[in-house]
Design a protein around this ligand. Structure first.
Ligand code: SF4
Length: 160
């Protein structure tokens, strides 16, 4: 469930509904603009507390682990660090544009219809001033949490 600000009031009941049926429930911070405010940075203290409480109420240890790290959305400077985004991951936008990750300050790889479109061969430096991605794949720190992020210790790209 995307924690879209107007939907926060139903977050608890929705989580309980899904988890009572054994469905892994992920709480994804909203990344976008609502009423002129840029989220997830614009969540109020009360909203952040609510998100945190719902994460901790989950009876599923995997859901708690996943959701805890996704709530760390303060953002930090990648400082040009090497990131596997673009090598192991890309975001395809609705107009066909393929970007290295969700962040608009990072490189585009081309259009999904380009015959020559391909991922990077290795991790590359991040050009963004700030990264608020809860799935950032920064080389050196990503590897330890890969299994939890993707629910598999092995990424399909590595398999390939
Ligand atoms: S560090 Fe963050 S902003 Fe930079 S490429 Fe990785 S995910 Fe994207």
């Amino acid at each position: 469930m995307v924690a879209y600000p107007p939907h926060l009031g139903m977050l608890g009941s929705t989580r309980e509904l899904f988890e009572s049926r054994g469905v892994l429930f992920k709480i994804i911070p909203f990344n976008g603009v609502y009423r002129g405010l840029r989220y997830p940075e614009a969540y109020t203290e009360a909203e952040r507390r609510l998100l945190g409480e719902q994460v901790e109420k989950s009876p599923d240890p995997l859901a708690r682990t996943l959701n805890r790290q996704w709530q760390e959305f303060g953002g930090e400077s990648p400082g040009g660090a090497l990131c596997h985004m673009g090598e192991m991951y890309a975001k395809i936008h609705c107009d066909g544009l393929v970007r290295r990750c969700c962040h608009k300050e990072t490189e585009t790889l081309g259009l999904i219809t380009d015959p020559g479109l391909r991922l990077y061969d290795e991790a590359r430096p991040c050009p963004a001033a700030r990264c608020a991605c809860w799935k950032a794949m920064k080389a050196g720190s990503y590897e330890a949490k890969a299994g939890e992020l993707w629910q598999s210790p092995r990424h399909p790209r590595w398999e390939a």
